[in-house]
Design a binder for this molecule. Structure first.
Ligand code: RBF
Length: 155
């Protein structure tokens, strides 16, 4: 299946034991975003991060992820940020506005701060598709987001 080239089971060349990571988690669709958080947290530990260096920040919804990510990425001691959210399509165009804003906002934080900021945001048609990507048959996109930022620290 397509995904980041490295997995948590592959040894990373980089020692990340002294690197600090921020994990920003949206509370909307909490059941899904908690599973994404568990995936990201576990992956960082497996890649060699110290638990005390993993800083969790909660925000109300995915729309708030870019601002919280920016605040964290601006802190000198933070090496990378992982944004986790889940936007499920409703009956109004809100879905498109939220998804576009979040994707653009997170990219902006990447480029403005020069630090890796992962887009671990599910944008799905329904809850079933979200569950499949939060520890279900398509893996855990939180875990992939964590592997991705570590990959970018090495790139
Ligand atoms: N936030 C999410 O993270 N996922 C969603 O599926 C989601 N759906 C929303 C649908 C509507 C109609 C509105 C108004 C907000 C929704 N939000 C969702 C919350 C959004 O990310 C943000 O927290 C609020 O718009 C306040 O800025």
């Amino acid at each position: 299946m397509a995904g980041p080239l490295k997995t948590t089971s592959e040894k990373s060349k980089l020692n990340i034991s002294n690197k600090k990571f921020a994990i920003v988690v949206a509370e909307w669709n909490e059941e899904i975003t908690e599973a994404l958080f568990q995936g990201a947290h576990e992956a960082l530990l497996q890649l060699g991060a110290k638990k005390s260096n993993l800083i969790r920040v909660n925000v109300p919804g995915s729309y708030e992820l870019p601002l919280a990510a920016q605040r964290m990425a601006k802190q000198k001691d933070i090496a990378a940020v992982i944004c986790l959210g889940c936007v499920i399509q409703g009956e109004t165009p809100h879905f498109d506005y939220i998804c576009n804003s979040v994707a653009n906002g997170i990219m902006r934080v990447n480029l403005d701060t020069g630090k890796p900021v992962a887009f671990g945001v599910l944008t799905t048609l329904d809850k079933k598709q979200a569950l499949e990507r939060a520890g279900g048959k398509y893996g855990n996109k939180g875990e992939e987001a964590a592997v991705t930022v570590v990959g970018m620290l090495e790139a």
